[in-house]
Write a protein that binds this ligand. Structure first.
Ligand code: SF4
Length: 758
């Protein structure tokens, strides 16, 4: 059986390919920010909106979760932040006439780019059973439809409540409250597909599922590893932090299969020398690693450090830290000393000399930070890899002191905050106890479904209602054909959204689109709060007039549904929550650790930092009360003859599933997305030429999966590896191909062959 992505109307006749860029940002970044904003919003709105992004009295950028420093410049945004804001603050509108003119089948034939370009949703829409298009519905009736379906289920676990990472803390808290009040922990979220592996590994080893560094630490580090991450596109303002670290004397080691422009050189648009000069060289060392080689690399670095310690005892290992704060060192060290160099070289594709030079960098650094993103988290052995990063840092006491620690860089702007607020299918007993004590009802104790399990439950018919608080579920998830078929089996699908996307065209028997406010928009006089990637919580207040008078804030959508579902609820004052976000924050303060006096502290300019025991106190709340060294076997991912390892990546005109445009400026691509980047030597070995068209085929026990018609681009990626954009290549990753422990789809190591189309 061959599974293929559904065919959309794709016209990539204008696809052009030039050389990749060797630097990021600069004048082209500024120009592109302004042109995109102007096209979507016009001049006046562009100025008003961009002036408020990430300001202390403004709104939080709806892009990534990168933190802001204490001092804010007048332009606190990057090119991709400007694109995210422009998409939301656009003056384009999707009205009832649009839906009357397009059947759902029509919508499904369009690309996500086309759908997104239609503008903001303006009123609730409903697809009744058997209908082929959406029609307007009142909010009251919409809540009635959802409540009716939920009440009609055989049990609460037949419903799934997904969350994307844009949802504010207040909306996330009331949403999880509604879901648990209803009786299930089926709260999958986008974390399941990105940093779940980080959370799993860090909770086990350090006792906290988050990073342990602040922005100040990054500025002060001696050595920063940037691993499996493309900050130039995905967290662009991280480049300013790296530049500052370099000015303070840091060295940077970039570890990646692709030589991304943002890892090489940065032209800071905030500085005249960045605009007019050469900019700052970022990576002092670029380790062009083979996909899935990171575990081997960090094991090898640790082994070299242990050898250096053996040669000069007491000079390399931080024995005081290891003895006082960790356990498992001896067993781990014995395993690490037995590492086989031939396997390291095979797994990483690096020669031993490059690894030894990097180890010398480490020996010369008093404080080391390792940053990473999806390049580390979306492999079968990702949890083991991140545990090995922790081992490497613990060895020299590089956790819990200034300028040192772990830095998983989060994607969507409040993805970390949503988890803090309880959006988690495996809540701790302590969190559920706190909910019980605060609200007086018994929350469900059985763990719920994560994203992959939710798709399986929808596929089998065990789950019948799918509710999404934001996001574009079918574009974010793997195994596109399977996922879409699963969604279409649902009795009801509900999407709370600001804009149209593919998930509105892949719906259940009945479907609702519930349009909501964006971050840029006024929510009466209220503000919401978010948590950034480094655990800072701050306020976000929109100022624009909402795109339509018929939009509701996410909090009002949750509370409106709850009032319909629970009627006179003796436990939760939904009406009060809807009107007064301070009332929600008071409850958060009593339920979620670290939020004491929330309403006062969040009103301080810039907000406040959440407690972080490893960082603040060198305290590790693990089962043993110590940081844990773990033994992680090195298993080389061997690829059968003629195959390559594929990683799915984003283009520069893309943020997660939102496609802002058809260009990938840094990689030299314009006018198209169906491309695959392959090393020229790998192409020659296969008898393929640059510019040829190929299908990408992955092979699995249940049959092949095929992504059709990609143009080959000869590109300086690591040997044996290739890259192509998601969501186009999601079809190649089966639902059952997941990381051990975290259950994250393995989108960064897919074995494929390139075949000429029939
Ligand atoms: S770095 Fe991230 S949060 Fe900051 S402006 Fe850019 S997209 Fe927005």
């Amino acid at each position: 059986m061959v599974r293929k992505a559904p065919r959309e109307d794709v016209n990539e006749d204008g696809l052009e390919v030039g050389p990749p860029k060797e630097w990021a940002a600069g004048i082209p970044g500024v120009t592109r920010s302004l042109l995109t904003s102007y096209a979507q919003m016009g001049a006046g709105r562009t100025f008003l909106t961009l002036a408020r992004v990430n300001q202390k009295d403004g709104f939080d950028c709806p892009g990534c979760a990168w933190p802001e420093g204490g001092h804010r410049s007048p332009a606190e945004f990057c090119e991709n932040g400007a694109k995210a804001v422009a998409e939301e603050a656009t003056t384009r509108r999707v009205t009832r006439d649009f839906f009357a003119a397009h059947t759902i089948g029509d919508l499904a034939r369009h690309t996500d780019y086309w759908l997104g370009q239609q503008g903001r949703l303006t009123e609730p829409m409903y697809k009744p059973e058997g209908a082929d298009r959406y029609e307007p519905i009142t909010w009251e009736r919409a809540f009635g439809v959802v409540a009716e379906e939920l009440r009609g289920l055989g049990g609460p676990d037949e419903a799934v409540f997904y969350t994307s990472g844009r949802t504010s803390n207040e909306a996330a808290f009331v949403y999880q409250l509604l879901v648990r009040r209803f009786g299930t922990n089926n709260l999958p979220d986008c974390s399941n597909m990105c940093h779940e592996s980080s959370g799993s590994a860090l909770t086990q080893t350090l006792g906290i599922g988050k990073g342990t560094v602040s922005l100040e630490d990054l500025h002060r580090a001696d050595l920063v590893f940037v691993v499996g991450q493309n900050p130039g596109t995905n967290h662009p303002r991280m480049l300013s932090a790296l530049e500052r670290a370099k000015r303070n004397g840091a060295r940077i080691v970039a570890v990646n299969p692709l030589p991304e422009a943002g890892l090489l050189r940065f032209k800071n648009p905030q500085r005249p020398s960045g605009l007019a000069g050469r900019g700052t060289t970022l990576a002092d060392r670029f380790l062009q690693i083979r996909l899935n080689g990171d575990l081997a690399l960090f094991k090898a670095l640790s082994r070299l450090l242990l050898e250096a310690e053996d040669a000069a005892p007491g000079t390399v290992v931080d024995h005081a830290f290891v003895q006082e704060h960790t356990h498992g060192f001896e067993e781990w060290a014995a395993d690490t000393r037995a590492l086989d160099w031939a396997e390291v070289e095979e797994a990483t594709g690096l020669d031993r000399g490059a690894v030894e030079e990097t180890a010398r960098d480490v020996l010369g650094a008093k404080s080391v930070i390792v940053c990473w993103a999806m390049g580390l988290t979306q492999h079968r052995n990702s949890v083991a890899t991140i545990r090995e990063v922790v081992n490497f840092l613990l060895l020299r006491g590089n956790v819990g002191r200034p300028g040192a620690g772990v830095c998983p860089v989060r994607g969507h702007s409040n993805v970390q905050g949503d988890r803090t607020m309880g959006i988690y299918e495996k809540p701790s007993a302590a969190f559920l106890d706190a909910l019980h004590d605060e609200f007086g009802f018994e929350p469900p104790r059985e763990h719920g479904l994560d994203t992959v399990e939710a798709i399986r439950a929808l596929r089998s018919g065990e789950a019948k209602v799918f509710f999404a608080m934001g996001g574009n579920f079918v574009a974010a998830t793997p195994d596109t054909e399977v996922t879409e078929a699963a969604l279409r089996r649902a009795r009801l699908t509900v999407q709370v959204s600001t804009k149209l996307n593919r998930s509105h065209a892949v719906c259940g028997e009945r479907a609702l689109i519930l349009p909501t406010l964006g971050r840029t928009e006024r929510d009466n006089d209220r503000f919401v709060t978010v948590e950034d990637s480094m655990g800072m919580v701050h306020a976000s207040r929109g100022r624009l007039r909402p795109a339509s008078p018929d939009l509701l804030p996410e909090v009002a959508i949750v509370c409106g549904l709850a009032r319909e579902l629970f009627e006179d609820d003796p436990h939760v004052p939904w009406k009060e929550f809807e009107a007064d976000y301070d009332a929600i924050r008071e409850r958060i303060a009593r339920v979620v650790p670290g939020f004491g006096d929330f309403n006062t502290r969040v009103r301080a300019p810039g907000g406040f930092a959440l407690p972080n025991a490893p960082r603040d106190e060198r305290r590790f709340p693990t089962a043993t009360g110590r940081a844990t060294f773990t033994v992680n076997p090195l298993e080389v991912l061997r690829v059968p003859e003629g195959r390559l390892l594929l990683q799915t990546v984003r283009s520069h005109d893309q943020y997660n599933t939102t496609i802002y445009g058809m260009d990938d400026r840094y990689r030299g691509v314009s006018g198209g997305r169906r491309v695959v980047f392959v090393n020229p030597d790998d192409l020659a070995e296969r008898g393929l030429a640059d510019g040829e068209t190929v299908d990408l085929v992955s092979e699995w026990p249940d049959g092949e999966r095929r992504a059709e018609r990609f143009r080959v681009i000869a590109y300086p990626t690591a040997r044996g590896c290739c890259a192509a954009y998601f969501p186009e290549t999601n079809v190649l990753v089966p639902l059952d191909s997941v990381a051990e422990t975290s259950n994250t789809p393995t989108s960064k190591s897919v074995v494929v062959r390139l075949v000429r189309p029939d």
